[in-house]
Design a protein around this ligand. Structure first.
Ligand code: BDR
Ligand code: CA
Length: 311
């Protein structure tokens, strides 16, 4: 199986992304979850990550707490989308598993140094603070990364936290800039594709019909956080942003995109955190990322539902 570290700020959609990975042990080995401040402050994301491992029946998964604030800015959170806990919707009990003592950044560095080069994939589902801090303090690990498959940014769909920027990149643009300039191979799941992964009511019914605690929790989580997108975008259900990352690891042929240059806006107040994506190749800046633009939504939900049924 492919070894991954999931860097996350759960978040209902983060939770589903983690569940999909934990439901797929033949293809994916989760080396650890690293929590970062994002949708809600760090104590809550570190708590929620452990709740999700327990929900999946995988209490042995190690969870590390990372950075509690962006590199240079004050934390912006998204309770307006995810609720006060970050995982509002289902009734979930407090985690019983303990947080690891080691800092998430230390764990990321140590893992990349100890594992053979090119065998560890990073899966960031929140602001890129932990990853950037690891790269900045241990530049030797960058060339050891197999791939970074992340959720963040937007091109045609533009912003969800400001008119110009997607949340994960906006919260810590300096961190995103470090990661996009790092030279590591990057695959990006922007809003352009995640807004096509919509939990319609039929798809939600399919989660519920699994008749398991996981199926019910996923249905209730998506019920809760679809309200924001329904109001703002008139969208037909909640967009499962972060699960696109794990689905890509399992079935990359569900997705299509282009290798292009992506730069991060870090200075303009108006467009801070914008992913300036050269989709049409109008500059000669070298490609640094594969920017995904489309997915087979029915195939995605078939995969997700079939895997969740295994938990
Ligand atoms: C991203 O921001 C968070 O609210 C979600 O969990 C997702 O990672 C979408 O912009
Ligand atoms: Ca997230």
């Amino acid at each position: 199986p492919r070894k991954i570290i999931i860097d996350t700020d759960p978040g209902q959609d983060d939770a589903v992304a983690i569940l999909l990975a934990l439901a797929s042990p033949e293809e994916i080995e989760v080396l650890g979850l690293t929590a970062v401040a994002g949708n809600v402050p760090l104590p809550l994301t570190a708590r929620n990550a452990r709740i999700v491992c327990e929900l999946a029946g995988r209490p042995e998964i190690r969870v590390f707490a990372g950075c509690d604030a962006p590199l240079k800015r004050k934390l912006v959170t998204a309770e307006h989308v995810h609720g006060k806990s970050g995982l509002d919707g289902p009734e979930l009990s407090e985690p019983t598993i303990a947080l690891e003592d080691q800092h998430a950044v230390g764990f990321i560095i140590e893992t990349l140094r100890n594992e053979p080069a090119g065998t560890v994939t990073l899966c960031p589902l929140g602001p890129l603070t932990n990853i950037a801090k690891a790269f900045a303090s241990a530049p030797d690990i960058v060339e050891k990364v197999q791939e970074i498959v992340l959720m963040g940014g937007a091109y045609f769909e533009v912003g969800n936290i400001t008119p110009a920027a997607e949340f994960n990149i906006y919260v810590d643009p300096e961190a995103a800039d470090i990661v996009f300039k790092s030279g590591a191979p990057i695959v990006v799941m922007p809003l352009d594709v995640t807004h096509k992964a919509l939990v319609t009511s039929e798809r939600n019914d399919a989660f519920r019909a699994l008749g398991t605690p996981v199926g019910l929790a996923v249905a209730q989580m998506t019920d809760f956080f679809e309200r924001f997108d329904k109001e703002k975008y008139g969208s037909n259900g909640a967009p499962l942003h972060d699960p696109c990352v794990t689905a890509y690891l399992l079935q990359p042929d569900l997705f299509s995109g282009r290798r292009i240059n992506v730069e991060i806006e870090t200075t303009s107040e108006l467009t801070l955190g914008m992913t300036v994506a050269d989709w049409w190749g109008v500059t000669d800046r070298p490609a640094n990322a594969t920017f995904i633009g489309d997915l087979d939504a029915d195939g995605f939900f078939a995969l997700l539902t079939e895997r969740l049924a295994r938990l």
